[in-house]
Design a protein around this ligand. Structure first.
Ligand code: NAP
Length: 270
C-alpha cells in the first residue's frame, strides 16, 4: 500500500506497537499525528522521526479515557489544518484480576479507552475517508478477542468488541474504497504485560512489535477484515472457535489462574 505523503493519526504512539507503527509509517514517507498521554515520549519519538525521515510529525497529548477527549482531539487536528488519511486505533490497556476485586474506575477506563475512544475516532474520520474514496483504519484488537478470558474478563470483552465491530465495518465500507482492518496480536514484547499487573499465561516466544506491524501492513494489501499476527497465534485463534465453549473457558481459566507458573500476581500494580 502506498503510504508516502499520507497523514496517519496513531493513538498509543508513545510505546510498544503504536511507536513501532509510527517508525514504520514514517520510514515509508507518511506524515504523523502522535497521540498518547506521555508528552515527553511522544516529543522524543517525533524529534527522531523528523530528523530520520523528513516527515511532518505533530504531537497531541491526550488522555483518551476522558469522555470529551475525542471531541477535543478532533478540534486540535482541525486546528493543525490536517486531514487524516490513516487512523491507527492502538491505545489500550488491560488489568489482571477478578472483576469482584478490581477497581471499578480502572474497569470503566478500559472500556472507555479500548472501546469508546476507538469507536469515536472511527466515527470521526470515516466520513472524510469515505468522501475521498480512500483511507485506512486499523483497529488493534487481540488474540484475547476470540474467547472470554477469566481473570482478565473486561480486557478480553473489550477486544471482542473491537474485532466484531471492525469486521462488521469492513463489510459496510468495502464499496467505499476505505480499507478497514482488525489487527489481532498475540503476546508481544511491549510494556503492556507489566502494566496489567501480571505476566500473560501464554507459552512460547513473544513476537516483536515490528513483526506485528509488518503483519498488519501486509494484510492491508489483501482483502481481509482481520489478521492474527504469527502462525502459532493464528492456529490458536481458530482452535478456540472449534472447541466447546466450556472447554475453552476451562483451558483459559487454568492458563490465567493466579497460581499458574506463567502468571505473576502483583496486587500493588492492579
Ligand atoms: N503487547 C501485547 O502482548 C498485546 C497483545 C494483543 C493486543 N495488544 C494491544 O496492542 C495495543 C498496544 O499495546 P502495547 O502492547 O503496545 O502496550 P503499551 O506499550 O503499554 O502501549 C499502550 C499505549 O497506549 C497508550 N495509552 C494508555 N492509556 C492511555 C490513555 N488513557 N489515553 C491515551 N493513550 C493511552 C500508552 O501511552 P501513555 O501511557 O503515554 O498514555 C501507550 O502508548 C493495545 O490496544 C493492546 O491491548 C497488545
Amino acid at each position: 500500500m502506498h503510504l508516502a505523503d499520507q497523514t496517519a493519526l496513531i493513538t498509543g504512539a508513545s510505546s510498544g506497537l503504536g511507536a513501532a507503527f509510527a517508525r514504520e509509517l514514517a520510514a515509508r514517507g507518511a506524515h504523523l499525528i502522535l497521540v498518547a498521554r506521555s508528552r515527553d515520549k511522544l516529543e522524543a519519538l517525533a524529534a527522531r522521526l523528523r530528523a530520520a525521515d523528513r516527515v511532518r510529525v505533530d504531537v497531541l497529548p491526550a488522555d483518551l479515557t476522558r469522555p470529551d477527549a475525542v471531541t477535543r482531539l478532533g478540534a486540535q487536528v482541525d486546528a493543525l489544518g490536517r486531514g487524516v488519511d490513516i487512523l491507527i486505533n492502538d491505545a489500550g490497556f488491560g488489568t489482571y484480576g477478578d472483576v469482584i476485586a478490581a477497581d471499578p474506575v480502572r474497569l470503566h477506563d478500559q472500556v472507555q479507552l479500548n472501546v469508546a475512544a476507538l469507536l469515536d475516532l472511527t466515527r470521526t474520520y470515516l466520513p472524510g475517508m469515505t468522501a475521498r474514496g480512500r483511507g485506512v483504519i486499523i483497529n488493534v484488537a487481540s488474540l484475547s478477542a476470540f474467547q472470554p478470558m477469566p481473570h482478565m474478563a473486561v480486557y478480553a470483552a473489550t477486544k471482542a468488541f473491537v474485532l466484531s465491530f471492525t469486521e462488521a465495518l469492513w463489510t459496510e465500507t468495502r464499496p467505499s474504497g476505505v480499507r478497514v482492518l482488525a489487527l489481532c496480536p498475540g503476546p508481544t514484547a511491549t510494556p503492556f504485560h507489566a502494566a496489567t499487573g501480571s505476566e500473560d499465561g501464554s507459552f512460547g516466544k513473544h513476537r516483536t512489535p515490528e513483526q506485528v506491524v509488518a503483519t498488519a501492513l501486509r494484510a492491508l494489501d489483501r482483502d481481509v477484515p482481520s489478521v492474527v499476527d504469527g502462525r502459532f497465534n493464528a492456529f490458536n485463534s481458530r482452535l478456540s472457535g472449534l472447541l466447546p465453549r466450556r472447554l475453552t473457558l476451562a483451558i483459559v481459566e487454568r492458563a490465567m489462574r493466579p497460581s499458574h507458573p506463567h502468571v505473576r500476581r502483583d496486587p500493588a500494580q492492579h
